[in-house]
Ligand binder design. Structure first.
Ligand SMILES: C[S@@+](CC[C@H](N)C(=O)[O-])C[C@H]1O[C@@H](n2cnc3c(N)ncnc32)[C@H](O)[C@@H]1O
Length: 272
């Protein structure tokens, strides 16, 4: 797919889904974000960049970790995400954070200006993840580290049918390479290709719990990557897509709800 189209799908899709994001996904993504923050080992006084920061689920804990003597900058391709997280930081009175709308492939900061770069569940959406990792390396100080979390392999993510179900109803695939980085050693190898040393990869399994079909279907179709396509579906198309998705997660039924398996991959690398 054309890279510019993919960026537009992400940018405007996440604009649409930003206000629902935490309601549907906060609890589900927490294990990956917590592992990412543990692997980053942030210290007081450090300067940190959080790429694809979304509503700040990684940015704000990172700001806590570096304290007011440090600084965290969050960037995201979606203007709505940037607005939401800016409002939240202001409400919370966190002053050592700032936010900007920015593509993770084109990082507008000087060389060697951060101690750590983080990217939680964002790199799967970037058309050229190698370029993004090269940008992370460029803006890191020597000895600085980049830690990225992505979803794991398709076969280990029980909700994966959402993509073909939506793709079959639109003219282009909405997120063609979504599971690529989480498969095998792909993310570690991309780190190495970008020039990182001390590459450490951790893979964790998780369970996405939903109390019923409405929350399971809602979460899947409210996600940024499919939001643009879904917004154009008429009622009949929506109902057919919902029914197909419900059938795809039927094996994970648990009483009235669902326990859908998932997998995350978190990789750490250091600038030599
Ligand atoms: C699943 S959310 C993750 C948000 C946050 N990092 C977290 O852990 O909750 C994915 C985010 O990636 C952003 N995104 C997608 N493509 C991007 C790109 N090319 N550059 C920067 N951000 C991007 C989206 O706007 C969205 O906010």
């Amino acid at each position: 797919m054309d890279d510019r189209l993919q960026r537009r799908i992400q940018r405007y899709g996440w604009d649409r889904s930003a206000d629902h994001y935490e309601g549907y996904w906060r609890r589900q993504l927490e294990p990956a974000q917590a592992l990412l923050l543990r692997m980053a080992e942030l210290e007081e006084g450090e300067r940190v960049l959080d790429l694809a920061c979304g509503t700040g689920l990684v940015t704000l804990p990172a700001a806590d970790a570096v304290g007011p003597s440090g600084e965290v900058v969050g960037t995201d391709i979606s203007q709505r995400m940037v607005e939401l997280v800016t409002e939240r930081a202001t409400e919370l009175g966190v002053r050592h954070v700032s936010f900007d709308r920015m593509d993770a492939e084109d990082v507008g900061f000087p060389d060697a200006s951060f101690d750590a770069v983080l990217c939680g569940l964002g790199l799967m959406y970037v058309p050229d993840p190698l370029r993004s990792l090269q940008e992370m390396l460029r803006v890191l100080k020597p000895g600085g580290r980049a830690v990225c979390a992505v979803w794991g392999a398709r076969k280990n993510c029980g909700w994966a049918e959402i993509f073909p179900i939506v793709d079959s109803r639109v003219s282009t695939e909405v997120c063609p390479l979504f599971f690529q980085l989480g498969t095998g050693e792909a993310l570690s190898m991309t780190y190495e290709a970008a020039g990182f040393g001390e590459v450490i990869c951790k893979r964790i399994t998780t369970v996405l719990e939903y109390d019923g079909p409405d929350s399971a279907v809602g979460a899947a179709f409210a996600g940024g990557p499919v939001a643009m396509a879904y917004a154009r579906f008429d009622d009949e198309t929506r109902e057919a897509a919902h029914a197909e998705y419900r059938a795809s997660i039927e094996p994970f039924r648990s009483n009235a709800g669902y326990r859908i398996p998932g997998e995350f991959v978190v990789v750490h690398g250091m600038k030599k």
